[in-house]
Design a protein around this ligand. Sequence first.
Ligand SMILES: [Zn+2]
Length: 294
Amino acid sequence: MKKLIRGLDKFRQKYVTTHQELLEQLSHGQTPRVLFITCSDSRVAPNLITDTDVGELFVIRNAGNIIPPYGAANGGEGGTIEYAISALGIEQIVVCGHSNCGAMKGLLKLNKLQKDMPLVYDWLKHAESTRRLVEENYSHYKGEDLIEVLVAENVLIQIENLKTYPMVRSRLHQGRLKIYAWIYNIETGNVLAYDARTHTYIPPEGQLIEEDETVRSFVTCGDTRSLEPIKKELEALLKVTPQTPSAAEEVTESLMTLFDRARRMGMNNIELQNYHSLFSESVQLWAETIYSRA
Ligand SMILES: [Zn+2]
């Protein structure tokens, strides 16, 4: 405790004196651009790892970076999410798990927890999908590898839970909200971000954070109009029938880039899926064409 009290003094002397303008400005209100949802673990420091300042991150922390599905619990999570989106106008959410997560380890010994730490047990029940998914699909994983998989899958499952909130759902549909899955590695300080296309976690460069203009232009123009050019491009490219394997590869690559751009610009999932199935049909046609020529 002494360390903390001394810290308060040090903070005032070192930080407050050099950031007076910022703090004065913030005293009138906050405009954080990102809702950062992460674990309570003391080794994860959101502002430190993202090199962000006071006022930049709106944070939810709990054991296991868990978001109970809408209506499943009356904790602070739901209200905080609603406030972040509705009152603060936040358009980007990061759900950040981390290596070596104690909560994820707890998932592996739920029965014991029920007796020893009943409240932790109740809380971790909101990650039951994570436990079952990993148990039934990654049974060959052991030790640290198993924890790693739990952490990775849990972030994705909690994002699914996040999507059960009406406000989140609606903003996603409007293209006014982006959700990112991150994993922070305690030992190396590295962050990996989930890439839906490859279903892997990769370095997040280029993925985050959306340029302000992109998000803003959406809010003002609405997605239907600003997506028109990209739809035209997609449709034109989907009509092409490549005659050689290398040409097919090239067209595929261009399409993937376009899909990516469309997603980033907020094309809704149904529309994206439609284009994806058109693409799958085309690929079959291409294969037939290429093989018949061979
Ligand atoms: Zn943790």
